[in-house]
Design a protein around this ligand. Sequence first.
Ligand SMILES: Cc1ncc(COP(=O)(O)O)c(C=O)c1O
Length: 387
Amino acid sequence: MKRIYLDNSATTRVDDRVAKTVVEYMIEKFGNPSSAHSFGQEAKYALDDSREKIAKVINAGVNEIYFTSGGTESDNWAIKGIADKYTAHNKKVHVITSSYEHSAIYAICKTYSKVFPNLFTVTFLSPDKTGLISFEQIKNEINKNTKLVSIMHVNNEIGVKNDISSIGKLCRDNNIIFHTDAVQSFTKIPIDVKAMNIDLLSASSHKIYGPKGVGMLYIRKKIEILPNQYGGHQESGMRTGTENIQGIVGFAKAAEIALNEMNDDIPRITKLRNKLYKLISKGLDNIILNSDLENGYGGILNLTFKGIEGEAVLLSLDLEGIAVSTGSACSTGQINPSRVLLSIGRTAEEAQSSIRFSVGRFNTDEEIEIAAKSVIEAVTRLRSMMN
Ligand SMILES: Cc1ncc(COP(=O)(O)O)c(C=O)c1O
């Protein structure tokens, strides 16, 4: 059975060109960048070169890129690194974020507001009808303690794209630090941290055909943020520990390829995603489109199939080798509806009936046709069982 992978927002297959580089840095150029000998210097050169490649994607300075273990660490660091500057001195700090951020932001904000109930306050904004967080909503919530705004660029479940440029400008004008979680948009949508007034930005390698366990936090030169790990001198003392060289080099190679090929990759992916929607919506009624096909990121299609469980669709497709996802979170044996879908106005039942398809670089026309046919069959069969 040929398997079809339509879960590219969860993770991606490593590109062969990246895998080759990663292996090279595991078995040949495996030195520690801190070592003075040629093995170490070879690794140090690769580290510097990788930082340059990553910086280029977002028009940052090389010294503004800090490698981490991935998007979760970068997101956590952005919140903790700013909040702790205040809480550590018994000072108040207010953060504005949204109710549909990834759990790497959402959970740390919830946790901090419990740990520091009198010092750390957070406003979770709900998206408007179009699924976006507006500049005006943020403006209305700013108070004298607001030190940080964290709003994601592209939402991982529905693919909507926030106008981070106008949010960045608002924050800069009000002297508030602006962080954006760009895990789903990095190398997929052009980003210029200078033009967009971004102070902190998170990205992750495994969403862009690079290896897992590596990512970065961009920290604008003028931003004061506490270190994330204490120890040696690595990452300018901000995130210490021997560098994950093979991961970093792989991440940079993946970013370089994605940047060079963005103009081919993204329109092709968007076309495939649109084809998938066209075929499914032609074959089925009673579906709700949860993605913005015009303005959102072109690789994500989120659909509600009214009257049936998304989990049941996922399992049916999995039996045929087709991988998709539901946004539902599984906790203590119960399936909870997606927080993201609830936040854009879906009922709990509708949210539980939803599937996210995420198209990537390696998908083909033929795969889309097979997947659409299987979705139509699975949904029709499951609905007939409900009657
Ligand atoms: C928007 C967003 N932020 C953060 C993360 C976490 O990234 P990582 O898996 O690299 O920890 C993800 C991963 O799903 C994501 O989609």
